[in-house]
Design a protein around this ligand. Structure first.
Ligand code: ABU
Length: 673
């Protein structure tokens, strides 16, 4: 009896039946094999369906003369092989790859010419190692044949310290494919029948799990053009399916004797293929073409086993009524050893008689042979090059990229700060040199304002130094402290003298309304007004440093895709636990000082004619207030872009200092010219 799947998950009967038929004819034409007997092959179609196959098996059991059964499809062979011995029937599978079938205690009267699917796993692993792929996805159909192959593959991958993401499905692979996508696997082994393959690859198309970034490894025994065949429940069109399967690899065991030796039938492989091609039109496009040698050899195995059995049994014993035929045929099959079309035929428990596996790749819609691999001798023969730009990565690579201040931004900001610093130093020298100049004192008195201006210039220089500290990326957490201190103290030292001058002038305004020429003198009050903000600053900064020290940390910004990789930008940032509270406090009292300064400047505008430079100072204070209150909040928002935030810090400071100094000092210089 022969059960041939003519359709379904594996429609191997389409080519295997003609091959088996050819073998029957060849055996029957030989006088030296089964003399006086003729083999009769009774064919049934299982559609690769376990239920239907079992039903066909029962049909065949009605004939007592059937004591050996040929089967195809693991899902059909399994239930038949599990119970066949109870009917004294031996089963020989030409098309069952399930590793689970290699179990004598569960399948006592089972043999197969088809090798176990496990044989492909070493080849797969060898291939993964060639490209340093260490993260593999497995998606398998929930039937024993694929589950047991997946189990073996999983164990082997773990032995090689590879990471595995495993998914399985029964009817609908949608969720399994989505899970693979979520797990970010790029190298995927698919273990399923042809119909399920169409469903999986359609889902892969929908989930965009195809293309250059992904590598699919499918089974190599699907029918020619399998992905273009319409399947119930698959709503991808031919073009979508073609795109989805482009570039996938297949692995399959070589089932044709690689040598051109003459086989037991007297034919060599070339002659076999020619005869097979002549048997049916376009047989190479039919299901089971690859396995046809296995079906041919299966008939020969049965014939040769029966040939030796008939020498031991009487003709009347050649039926299933007693267990004699079962045991004798079992013995003969077990002892089989002949050269067949598929190689040397002999049966062992794991079906490892075939060791060459072939890897193919679909390129531009056709399969191209890539290599063959001998799983026992571990020999690899490369046949064709893989046509890809570069091997894909086995996962999304995350590249950590530190965002740094560019050299050009640092040079630009630094040179402006240096120029501004020189301007400050020049003004300091000028003020110092002209402190005794009677003409200057007379015309535009510098003293006592000169000493305040000197302090202010010193503050400006500290502020400019802060710009350099912001450009530097060294000293770890200390740089953060240095930045905060120079910026805060620099501002206070630069601004407080101007503020104190306006305060003093405004104070005198009330008392000296009638006097034309008022001499502004530094008094204790001026000193207090100038030093108080400095003390406040010191208290806040020391407290901050003591109880919530600033430290440098890496902050991760929004990642983005760049070709094959995901870039994770990282920025070194200064911070402390209550950073925003400290900044808020400092901003608050500095803003109050700025606004008060502007108010004093407004109040003291030309209401008093003094020997002080308070009018130019007032303009400078407006300028500082506007720029500071405008730029400080913006600077806080721009914190994630090093170049922009550096320039947004440097430029306002430089502009503010240059403009203020120019407003205050240029009139003094001009009066000397
Ligand atoms: N090479 C075809 C195998 C089919 C099966 O194991 O069901």
């Amino acid at each position: 009896g022969g059960i041939f799947p003519m359709s379904g998950g594996w429609s191997g009967g389409q080519a295997c039946y003609p091959a088996a038929k050819m073998a029957v004819d060849d055996v029957n034409s030989r006088d030296d094999i089964l003399p006086g007997y003729k083999i009769n092959l009774v064919k049934k179609d299982s559609k690769c369906d376990a239920g239907l196959g079992t039903r066909k098996f029962y049909d065949l059991l009605q004939d007592q003369r059937i004591f050996t059964l040929l089967t195809g499809c693991s899902s059909v062979s399994t239930p038949i092989a599990e119970s066949a011995y109870l009917w004294n029937v031996n089963v020989l599978a030409y098309g069952a790859s399930s590793p689970a079938l290699s179990n004598r205690s569960r399948f006592p009267s089972f043999f197969r010419t088809h090798p176990s699917a496990n044989l492909q796993n070493p080849t797969r692993i060898k291939f993964f190692q060639m490209f340093d792929w260490k993260r593999i996805g497995i998606i398998s159909q929930g039937t024993e044949v694929f589950e047991s192959t997946a189990k073996d593959l999983l164990a082997r991958l773990h032995d090689e310290n590879m990471e595995v993401v495993q998914q399985s499905f029964h009817a609908d692979p949608k969720v399994a494919v989505q899970n693979l996508k979520k797990s970010d696997v790029r190298i995927i082994v698919g273990l399923f029948y042809e119909g399920a393959a169409r469903k999986v690859m359609c889902e892969a198309f929908k989930e965009k799990l195809f293309g250059e970034k992904y590598v699919w490894f499918l089974i190599g025994w699907y029918k020619h053009g399998w992905y273009t065949i319409k399947e119930k429940g698959v709503d991808c069109n031919e073009e979508e399916m073609t795109r989805s399967v482009e570039g996938h690899f297949t692995t399959e065991i070589l089932m044709l004797n690689p040598t051109n030796d003459t086989t037991v039938s007297g034919m060599n492989t070339a002659e076999f293929l020619t005869r097979l091609s002549n048997s049916t039109q376009d047989i190479h496009l039919k299901g089971g073409y690859e396995e046809a040698p296995l079906a041919y050899d299966a008939i020969w195995a049965v014939a040769l086993a029966l040939n030796s059995t008939i020498t031991r049994l009487k003709t009347s014993e050649l039926n299933r009524n007693n267990g004699l035929i079962l045991n004798d045929m079992y013995r003969s099959l077990n002892a089989s050893s002949f050269t067949g079309i598929s190689g040397t035929v002999g049966f062992d428990s794991d079906g490892s008689r075939m060791a060459w596996t072939k890897v193919e790749r679909m390129e531009n819609g056709t399969y191209k042979e890539i290599l063959i691999y001998h799983t026992e001798k571990k020999i690899m023969k490369k046949i064709n090059k893989i046509n890809w730009k570069q091997p894909p990565k086995d996962r999304t690579m995350i590249v950590h990229r530190s965002l740094k201040l560019s050299m050009s931004a640092f040079v630009a900001g630094g040179s402006m700060a240096a120029a501004c610093g020189l301007f400050c130093v020049a003004c300091l020298i000028f003020t110092w040199k002209e402190r005794e100049n009677k003409y200057v004192i007379k015309v535009l008195v510098i003293c006592p304002g000169s000493s305040l201006n000197c302090v202010s210039l010193f503050g400006c220089i500290i502020l400019l130094a802060a710009i350099f500290l912001y450009g530097l990326d060294v000293f770890g957490g200390t740089i953060c402290e240095m930045r905060a201190w120079t910026l805060s103290l620099g501002f206070t030292i630069a601004f407080s003298p101007l503020f104190a001058k306006l305060w003093t002038v405004n104070d005198l305004r009330q008392k000296m309304k009638k006097k034309k020429d008022v001499k502004v003198v530094l008094n204790t009050q001026t000193m207090v007004v100038m030093v108080a903000p400095l003390l406040l600053d010191l208290i806040v900064l020391v407290t901050w440093s003591c109880i919530d020290r600033l430290a440098q940390s890496k902050s991760k910004l929004a990642p983005y895709e760049e070709g094959e990789v995901i870039v994770q930008p990282e920025l070194k940032m200064c911070g402390s636990t209550h950073f925003h509270i400290w900044i808020g406090v400092i901003f608050a009292y500095k803003s109050i000082q700025l606004l008060l300064g502007s108010f004093l400047a407004y109040e003291s505008r030309s209401k008093i004619e003094s020997n002080s430079d308070h009018q130019t100072v007032a303009v400078a204070v407006y300028n500082i207030t506007v720029l500071s209150l405008l730029c400080a909040p913006i600077l806080m928002i721009l914190g994630e872009e090093p170049n922009v935030s550096f320039l947004f810090l440097a430029v306002p400071i430089i502009v503010c200092i240059s403009a203020s100094i120019a407003i205050i000092f240029i009139p003094k210089v001009l009066c000397l010219v």
